[in-house]
Design a protein around this ligand. Sequence first.
Ligand SMILES: Cc1ncc(COP(=O)(O)O)c(C=O)c1O
Length: 358
Amino acid sequence: MDSPYMHWAKTHQTARYTLAISGIKGLKLGEVGATWDDLVLDGGDGYGLPALRAALAAKAGVSDDRIVLATGTSGANHLAFATLLAPRDEVAMERPGYEPMEMLARHLGATVRYFPRRPENGFRVDPADVAAAVTAKTRLIVLSTLHNPTSVATDEATLRAVGEIAERAGAKVLVDEAYLDAAFDSAPPSAGRLGDVFVVTTSLTKVFGLSGLRCGWIVAEPALASRIWQLKNLFGVNEAHPAACLALCALRRSGEILARARLILEANRAMWEAFLVGREDLAVEGASRGTTVFPRVLSYDADALCAHLRERYETSLVPGRFFGSPSHVRVGLCGDPEIFREGLARLGSALNDLEGAV
Ligand SMILES: Cc1ncc(COP(=O)(O)O)c(C=O)c1O
């Protein structure tokens, strides 16, 4: 079992002018507000750094006994899936969607059924489509908000409707909120506050721009959180303690750190929108916020565009085929705005080359 997307990301995402990243980059140690004395090298006993659990519980608006620490959102997804799934169970999963989650469910012996997020519906979750993918064997419904790759948010009414579908089936709803902070002050409520049928996974990786800390966590009802902690004892003891100390510093600075992310995203989005004006070879359905956009490439093969852009222009995009949408590409708005500006200019040149070739 493997993840072709993750292998691609580790070998092809970086480029001189990358438009492929989905997490804010370049935060410095000083911007996290940490000093050497904050980095405690021993420690890490027990069920996670208590102050970090408390800070994450406060951020999520829940009690500490609902928080399980994990290695990034990926580790959180693994722990939650492994606790909730047994071989031959079914998982209803969004498509387009984040492929490593699908591979994880398959790795655990589950069968994956998809519910579509339709471009003509602005990639929103339609509870009727979710219901159609749920059977008596479904144990987990999985979606992301903000949605990777389109950045579309799922509103509270839709989440509650999906929660009711899960309750009727005896399943849970796992909501991957790795990108939710990118909705800033217009964020819908975290699913972790909407009832015990929801399990939330997230991290400081994307919008905080702290991918190196690998600070992830799960929000789940206390009995399930306790089961997850027990299973986690088989996988490893705890996360790296100095990383937990740095995560705690970062959470105390969340206002400044998120304000920085917002400035980068707003600058890059303004450039993206200006770039789209008059471009008849790209169509965007979906959100006008978040860390990524997911245009459809209208006249050319999307994979060929990605390959040409990389080979000729040292610029990378994520091919939509990794999300189950081969005619789309994912553009990340997270990079340094000067790099992003140059990357967009190069994307324009690559599109123009293909236009000349047809
Ligand atoms: C939806 C989703 N979940 C999880 C992850 C992985 O997050 P982390 O790096 O915190 O493990 C990603 C990264 O791209 C993602 O897009």
